[in-house]
Design a protein around this ligand. Structure first.
Ligand SMILES: O=P(O)(O)OC[C@@H](O)[C@@H](O)c1c[nH]c2ccccc12
Length: 411
């Protein structure tokens, strides 16, 4: 048993992240593995002193977790180590300890009120019974399950090490927040626009027949968008990383948000390598530990994270996490796809004070169609709006911006 476990630990650390069972585990291990110079990260160096209490505790615990902590301890001088000086605290946090104690990601997530599950694994029979294990409960869960499959295929083709190197070679990121601030100042305090390049959605289907991402992006920029959001999910939104890359190489200057369902740091490095300046992290999908770790990865790459919430519980969770700078309040539930444009106002009425105190920027996302919609979220205190459908479905998506705001935006 111990030998088998030891083998698994070594395999996961040195050869492949495929054996890892939880995305948290995989994120941490993978980043450690990707970031450690080969010389440091040789099998001979497994006897690093266990620096953290978590490592000591893990000595008698789940072997994969012990491997993870040792890998991370071994990552001194690596990207992982450069993620921040607080990694002692990070690896000692209660979530890491909980994770090390062998719980599945689904039970950890459920304890945080997250209803979206990862694919249930045979190793964790407690995750569900019968069809409930095999069938996604809603659209978002289906998307996440499909994403797991898609990601494992992408990773098999391009291991994390290569993606990290490619991200490091990418031109420097653009300042997402500065672009939003500047646009707001230019336009007398109107919320800045993050305009979405969106071809389709799971419920509405195709939004635009003649879809040319570069043309749309240029039209958005010319008509005053501060930043652009590029959907990269292929299966459900007909987006692609090629779209992101071609927009980035088209001369468009706006910072770009990679709009996808991130479940693994691989995607963040990949997005950076294709020219993204920011990524979306969805609180309904990611446990707190993933959010914290991914925020560090973003910071290490000079990227911004737009952390998306839909309800009060998610907002509460995200307000407790240090380093969250922009919160997106989605007016659409990704579970039912129902839109309630008053959602932003409702959450800001309850939590506006703490958000202002923490100087967090708020973006109202989805379902905004008219100047009245924009004025309403502006009054609630948002700094920006994220809009796709109401622009992309119009014949001239650029001109549609003036219609949405009730006036032309300065570029
Ligand atoms: O097209 P709309 O209703 O203007 O919405 C844009 C954007 O908010 C929406 O596409 C979105 C919000 N969060 C997401 C997460 C994944 C995919 C898409 C989204």
């Amino acid at each position: 048993m111990e030998a088998k476990a030891d083998h698994r630990r070594q395999s996961s650390c040195f050869h492949s992240a495929v054996l890892l069972t939880s995305p948290m585990e995989s994120s941490i291990l993978a980043a450690a593995r990707a970031s450690v110079p080969a010389t440091v990260f040789s099998p001979l160096s497994t006897s690093f002193p266990s620096r953290t209490a978590a490592a000591h505790r893990a000595d008698g615990a789940r072997p994969a977790a012990r491997g993870a902590v040792r890998c991370s301890a071994a990552a001194q001088g690596s990207v992982l180590h450069r993620l921040g000086s607080a990694d002692e605290t990070f690896f000692n946090s209660s979530e890491v300890i909980q994770w090390e104690s062998g719980k599945s990601i689904n039970s950890i997530a459920a304890a945080q009120g997250i209803r979206i599950r990862r694919r249930c694994r045979p190793r964790y029979p407690s995750e569900g019974v019968g069809v409930d294990r095999a069938i996604p409960r809603n659209v978002l869960e289906q998307i996440v399950w499909d994403k797991e499959v898609d990601l494992s295929q992408r990773k098999a083709k391009m291991p994390l090490q290569r993606v990290v190197e490619s991200a490091e070679r990418a031109p420097p990121p653009r300042d997402f927040v500065a672009a939003l601030d500047a646009a707001r100042r230019r336009n007398g305090g109107l919320p800045a626009l993050i305009a979405e390049v969106k071809k389709a959605s799971p419920i509405k289907g195709l939004l635009r027949e003649d879809f040319n991402p570069v043309e749309i992006a240029r039209a958005y920029e010319k008509n005053g968008a501060a930043c652009l959001s590029i959907l990269t999910d292929e299966k459900h939104f007909l987006g692609s990383f090629e779209n992101l890359e071609t927009v980035r190489n088209s001369g468009v200057k706006c910072p770009l948000l990679c709009k996808d369902f991130v479940i693994d740091v691989w995607q963040i490095y990949y997005a950076r390598s294709k020219g993204a300046d920011a990524v979306l992290l969805i609180a309904a999908v990611l446990p707190d530990l993933d959010i914290k770790y991914m925020l560090r990865v973003c910071r290490s790459l000079g990227m911004m994270a737009l952390v998306e919430v839909h309800d009060e519980r998610e907002l509460d969770r995200m307000l407790k996490i240090d380093g969250v700078q922009i919160i997106g309040i989605n007016n659409r539930s990704l579970g039912t796809f129902e839109v309630d444009a008053a959602n932003t106002n409702m959450l800001l009425e309850k939590h506006g004070d703490i958000i202002r105190k923490k100087r967090i920027m708020v973006v109202s996302e989805s379902g905004l169609f008219t100047p009245h919609d924009v004025a309403s979220v502006q009054n609630a205190g948002v700094s920006a709006v994220l809009v796709g459908e109401s622009l992309v479905t119009q014949e001239d998506p650029g001109r549609a911006i003036a219609g949405l705001f009730g006036k032309e935006l300065l570029h």
